[in-house]
Every structure is written in structure tokens, then in C-alpha cells.
Design a protein around this ligand. Structure first.
Ligand SMILES: O=C(O)CCC(=O)C(=O)O
Ligand SMILES: [Fe+2]
Length: 228
């Protein structure tokens, strides 16, 4: 199941940083695609060494580390440095798979497993037509187009595409996450336990022994399943 993280970036942050991204150094998106994906990819990306991209990348990494919903859902071990893409009129990214293993830029060749893929929207849905992120889920196709500042995270195992933009421009950040827990089903169980504990903690005496016991169980399951 994908997760929707609302307001990862605030409207003020979007207003401040979108112009920086717009003014960055845009290049053909095919430079970073795998062999299969490069045939389907028709978009633009900010160059890896673009200074403006570096500034906004750090803001995103700070927002991710402060976001409990993101942390609980993905249990991040490694986050690929966020990149930025743009689809102008006619641009699209056809059905493709993301590489299972990615080399982390600037790391001297260190690799990470891509468990989860993420898109942060930098435009509101009214700013462009088309440009839906389409996910092939077990229960059918899901079309995603979120307000500026919101993020979608989905298992990298899913075939996906971005439908053609027919009007306006679509600006986004995208990246991958290696989770501490490789197995998606186990990670999903941990997330629902985590959410239930947070909910209980808000409604119960914090020293309630049942909360202590559930929290202990949560951490013991992470200990059992994490691949550190
Ligand atoms: O732009 C997006 O929402 C997704 C981009 C994507 O699928 C990719 O770069 O692999
Ligand atoms: Fe992709």
C-alpha cells in the first residue's frame, strides 16, 4: 500500500523553494535512467551538481527526519539524495521499473537497495493538466496527484508511470529509501502497531503498563526483522 504524507513541506517552504528549483540547471532526465526506463522517460531533471538543488535537498532531508509518519511508515536506513524533475507540455514517463539497487551519488560507489520510491509534489493539481503518478497496485491502477508539499511513498516493486502533461508544468522531487525492514508485509505490520501505540498514548495515561508492553513488543519486532 502507498502512504500519503500530507504537508511534508509547508506552503511557506514551497513558496520559498519552488523558485529556486525553477531557476536551476535543467538537463534531459534520461541521464540517470536504467536501460528499460530510459526508453520511457521524457522529462527534465536538475543536474546533480546544481547548487539550487543542493539547497532544497537539505530542506527535504530535514523535513523527512522530523516527520513521524514518514519515519514510521518507511523505517529509513538510507535515503537517496532527493532529485528534482519537471514535465512540460507533452512530457511523460511511461510504464517503468526503478532500479532495485542504486549507487548513491557522491558516496564513492556505495550502494543501497531501493525498497520505497517517493514523490514530493511542488505544484498544486490546478497548476497543470495530466501528470498523474499512476501506480499498478495489487487491486488495480491508482492515480495520484497531490497538493504542493505533499508526498507519496510506494513500494519500489510497483510498475508505475507519469501520464503526459497536457497543460502547464509539473515540478516534483523524487528519491528512494532503503528501509531497515526489507520485507514490505513485516514493515506494514510494524507501521500499524506504531500508529496504534501513538493513538493510544494520546488517549491514555502515558505510564499505562499496556502501552509499555506494546512499545516493548514493537521494538522487539524491529530488532527481529531489521537487517542491520
Ligand atoms: O515524477 C514522479 O512522480 C516519478 C518519477 C519516477 O518514477 C522516476 O524518476 O523513476
Ligand atoms: Fe520511477
Amino acid at each position: 500500500m502507498p502512504a500519503h504524507i500530507p504537508n511534508l513541506l509547508s506552503p511557506d517552504q514551497i513558496a520559498e523553494y519552488r523558485p529556486l528549483i525553477e531557476a536551476g540547471n535543467w538537463i534531459d532526465g534520461r541521464t540517470t535512467a536504467g536501460v528499460q526506463a530510459s526508453h520511457a522517460k521524457h522529462n527534465l531533471q536538475l543536474a546533480a551538481d546544481c547548487e539550487n538543488a543542493g539547497t532544497v535537498r537539505n530542506i527535504i532531508l530535514q523535513a523527512l527526519s522530523a516527520n513521524l509518519l514518514f519515519r514510521g511508515f518507511s523505517l529509513p536506513r538510507t535515503i537517496f539524495p532527493p532529485m528534482f524533475n519537471r514535465y512540460d507540455g507533452g512530457m511523460t514517463y511511461g510504464a517503468h521499473v526503478d532500479n532495485s539497487v542504486q549507487v548513491i551519488p557522491g558516496s564513492g560507489g556505495q550502494m543501497m537497495r531501493a525498497d520505497l520510491s517517493a514523490t514530493i509534489f511542488f505544484n498544486d493539481p490546478e497548476d497543470y493538466e495530466g501528470g498523474e503518478l499512476e501506480l499498478e497496485t495489487a487491486s488495480g491502477t491508482e492515480m495520484i496527484k497531490l497538493p504542493a508539499g505533499d508526498m507519496i511513498i510506494y513500494p519500489t516493486t510497483m510498475i508505475h508511470c507519469v501520464t503526459p502533461v497536457t497543460k502547464g508544468s509539473r515540478l516534483a522531487s523524487f528519491f528512494w529509501i532503503q528501509s531497515l525492514v526489507a520485507d514490505h508485509a513485516s514493515r506494514t505490520l510494524l507501521f500499524s502497531l506504531d500508529r496504534a501505540i501513538i493513538d493510544l498514548r494520546a488517549r491514555t495515561e502515558p505510564n499505562d503498563p499496556a502501552i509499555l508492553s506494546l512499545t516493548n513488543t514493537y521494538h522487539n519486532l524491529v530488532r527481529r526483522w531489521c537487517d542491520l
